[in-house]
Design a protein around this ligand. Sequence first.
Ligand SMILES: Cc1cc2nc3c(=O)[nH]c(=O)nc-3n(C[C@H](O)[C@H](O)[C@H](O)COP(=O)(O)OP(=O)(O)OC[C@H]3O[C@@H](n4cnc5c(N)ncnc54)[C@H](O)[C@@H]3O)c2cc1C
Length: 469
Amino acid sequence: MSIPDSVLSGLRGSLTSSAIITPLDEGYTDAIRRWSDTGIKQAGVVIQPTTTEDIVSALKWSQTHHIDLAIKSGGHSVSGTSSSQGGLVIDLSRLNRVTVNPETKTAVVGGGAVWKDVDEALAEHGLAAVGGTVNHTGVGGLTLGGGYGWLSGQYGLTIDNLLSAKVVLADGSIVTASDTENSDLFWALRGAGYNFGVVVEFTFQAYEQSTPVYAGIVAFTPDKVEGVIGVLNSLLVEKPDPRSGAITIFARPPGAPVPMVNVLVFYNGTEAEGNVRFAELLALEPVVNMVSMIPYSQVNALQNPMATYGDRKSFKGIFFNPPLSPSFAKQVLADFTEKVQSDADLGASAILFEFYDMTKTVEVPRSATAFASRGTTQNGIITLRWSDKGKDGEHRAWARGMQQKYKERLDEEEQAAGAGGVPQYINYAEPGDSVVGNIYGENFDRLRELKRKYDPTNVFRKMHPITLE
Ligand SMILES: Cc1cc2nc3c(=O)[nH]c(=O)nc-3n(C[C@H](O)[C@H](O)[C@H](O)COP(=O)(O)OP(=O)(O)OC[C@H]3O[C@@H](n4cnc5c(N)ncnc54)[C@H](O)[C@@H]3O)c2cc1C
C-alpha cells in the first residue's frame, strides 16, 4: 500500500535538506537496499536528511499521519529493523561527517556514519576509537547496543567511550545526553538506545594509536579444532592481555572442500610481540598464515571479503563463558560442516566465536549503563548465508535449533561453574528470537520508566522494543 500523494506532499513541503525517494523514483532500489536481502522492505518513502531539522519534521509528519517509521544507519539488521513496509525510512547515511579534535582526542560522528569513516578520520591524527571489526557496519546500531571491537581489551565497550549524544526525541525536541545533561537518557542510550530517539551525533573518546599493528588470518584444518580452541582459552583465561584478541571463524575459504578453522588474530603492538603472544597458536602449524603488520585503520577491513552485501542471511548469537569447551567447539564444527555440505547455496556461511579480554569492560559497574550483558561472557554467532528465498524457513529453523541446543549446553556449563547470569548481547540478537529471552535483564524496569518519559507513545519500537504495559 503506497502513501497517498496528498499525505506525501505534506512531507515534501516540510523538508529543506533531504533527498526524498519514493517507489516511483530512480534510486529507490538502492535506497531500500540493506546488508542482507532479508532486511529489505518496500518503504513508502525514504528520506536522506542532512540536517536535524528535517528529522524533526519527518518524525512529526509520521506521527500525525500514523505512518510506520524506521531509522537506518549502516543497514546491517538482518531482520529489517531499519526498514519499513510501506512507511517512512529516515536514512541517516548522509549524516556521516566525522570531526576530530586532536587536542582532546575526541571525535564527533554523524549518526549515519559507518566505522570506516571513523577509523580513517582518526588515523589521520594518529588516533583510534573502539569500533566494530567490520568497517561497513553503522556507528548508530553498533553503538546503541553496546559495541565490541579489537580495542575493547584496552578501552572497554564502544558505549564506555561515548561522551555524549545529540538526540531527536519522539516529540521533535533536540536534546543532548551526557553524564551532565539528561543523564538518565544517556544511561538508556548506552545499551538500549534504539528505543529512545534518533541519535544524530555521537561524541567519542579516542586514543593514541601506533601503527602498523599485528593482524591477519591463520587457518587450520578441521582436525585441529580442539587444539586451537584450547590455545585460545589458555591465552584468554590464563594469560589475558588487553592488547590482543582473536575471532575463530568456522568457514569454507574459496577452493577449500570443507569448512576450516580460521582464526583472525590481533595484537596491538609489534610483530615480535604478536609472534610471542600467538606462539602457541602458530605452533599448531596452520596451513595458511596471512598475518602481517598493517595500518590500524585497515584492521577492521580484514573481514570485509567474508561479510559482503547481498544474499539472504540469518544471525543467531551463541553466548559463552570461557573457557569454551574444545569438545563443544568440535561438535559445533561438525554440525556446521554437515549443514553447509548439504546445500551448495550455503557455502559462504560461518560460525564465529570471539575471544576478547573483558577485564576493562567489567570494570564498569553493570548498573552504570543500560547494557545488560556486561560480564565476562563472550559472543559467538551462527551466520547462515544463502540465495534461495524458498529456503528461508528451512535454514532459519536449522540455525534456531542449533542456537537452542548450544544455549542449553552452555547454560548448563555456566551453572556448573557458577558463572554467567547475564542476558545475551543485544546486537547479536534479532528481535522476536524466542531463544534469547529478556534481552534487558535487570535493567528492564528502569528502561520502561524512561521509555514512558522519553517516548510515551512508543514511536521507536523496531529493535528489541520496550513494551509500555
Ligand atoms: C557483518 C557484521 C559485523 C558485525 N560486527 C560487530 C562487531 O565487531 N562488534 C559489535 O559490537 N557488533 C557487530 N555487529 C553487530 C552490529 O553491531 C549490529 O548489527 C548493529 O545493529 C548494526 O548497526 P547498523 O547501524 O549497521 O544497522 P541498522 O540496520 O542501520 O540499525 C540497527 C538498529 O539500530 C537502529 N539505529 C541505527 N542507527 C540509529 C541512530 N543513529 N539512531 C537511532 N536508532 C538507530 C535502527 O533503527 C535499527 O533498529 C556486526 C554485524 C554485522 C552484520
